[in-house]
Design a protein around this ligand. Structure first.
Ligand SMILES: [Zn+2]
Length: 273
């Protein structure tokens, strides 16, 4: 399997492995080194030590930016696996250089969500493919002028987040009322975060529900579409600014319920809890 630049290395296959993934985050380690956390398709979230990368002179740093798609060769280690070689497959330059900083925010936001939700080393297949699909869409679209740009792209990221929650088994109930199990008729419904789904008007009157917000018919429809439609289908859908805001609030509160810590990057949008 050794090929290209990897072939120059002298590691034996039994002590190294190659993989491809998206760089989620890094943290400093000791005086000169950094630990990197990578989202991969086959192995889930992996970490490795990259020697010398805390120094600005390190040549590796130009290949290890957050949300680069990279090919990696990693040497197994006793305490930490170590980076043996890296090359960049895609750098998603348009997202990173977006002058409105929306791209920068989205990278942080998605990084936090995945770092939080993906635990352990299990194959990711669909979740990973969806992330690459989202990044390609963002890279193609973020430079175009669009009304409510920030909120719109946050909605796309949140549709992805909802798909990830579903794939992880945290699917909220949005087709039927959580209490009476009748199909949701689009009237005055609420989203109950402690139970994780929609409750109809009749049941709301008789239940003790504390952690909820009202959801409009349109937003229930968007929630339902987000489960079944591909991300690209939302690019040309007519969705008003109030509905986008409402949808984003539902997903971000839903994420909070399913995560151990609040999202720091959320502050960029100053969304009320
Ligand atoms: Zn009901």
């Amino acid at each position: 399997m050794t090929r290209g630049v990897f072939a120059q290395r002298t590691f034996t296959m039994s002590k190294t492995y190659t993989t491809q993934g998206i760089i989620l985050r890094r943290r400093d380690y000791h005086e000169n080194d950094r630990l990197f956390y990578i989202y991969t398709k086959e192995l889930g979230k992996i970490e490795f030590l990259a020697k010398g990368t805390k120094k600005i002179t390190s040549k590796l740093n130009s290949s290890l930016e957050p949300f680069y798609l990279v090919n990696l060769m990693i040497a197994k280690g006793k305490i930490f696996d170590k980076l043996a070689n890296v090359n960049v497959v895609k750098s998603y330059e348009n997202i990173r250089s977006d002058k409105d900083l929306v791209g920068f925010f989205l990278i942080n936001y998605l990084g936090e969500i995945l770092d939080n939700l993906i635990v352990g080393q299990t194959p990711q297949n669909k979740k990973y493919d969806l992330l690459l699909e989202l990044l390609d869409i963002l890279n193609d679209e973020i430079g175009r002028s669009r009304e409510n740009k920030k909120e719109f792209f946050l909605m796309l990221a949140n549709i992805y987040a909802l798909k990830v929650l579903n794939l992880l088994g945290y699917r909220p109930e949005i087709q039927r009322c959580l209490v009476c199990h009748k199909a949701i008729l689009l009237t005055k419904n609420i989203f109950d975060f402690s139970r994780g789904g929609v409750i109809c008007e009749d049941c709301k009157k008789v239940c003790l529900i504390e952690d909820y917000i009202k959801v409009s018919d349109r937003v229930i429809k968007i929630l339902q579409l987000a489960e079944t439609k591909d991300l690209k289908n939302f690019l040309d859908m007519k969705i008003g600014p109030a509905e986008i805001d409402e949808f984003n609030k539902v997903i971000q509160r839903l994420l909070l319920v399913n995560m151990e810590k609040p999202l720091k990057s959320q502050e960029f949008y100053k969304i009320a809890p």
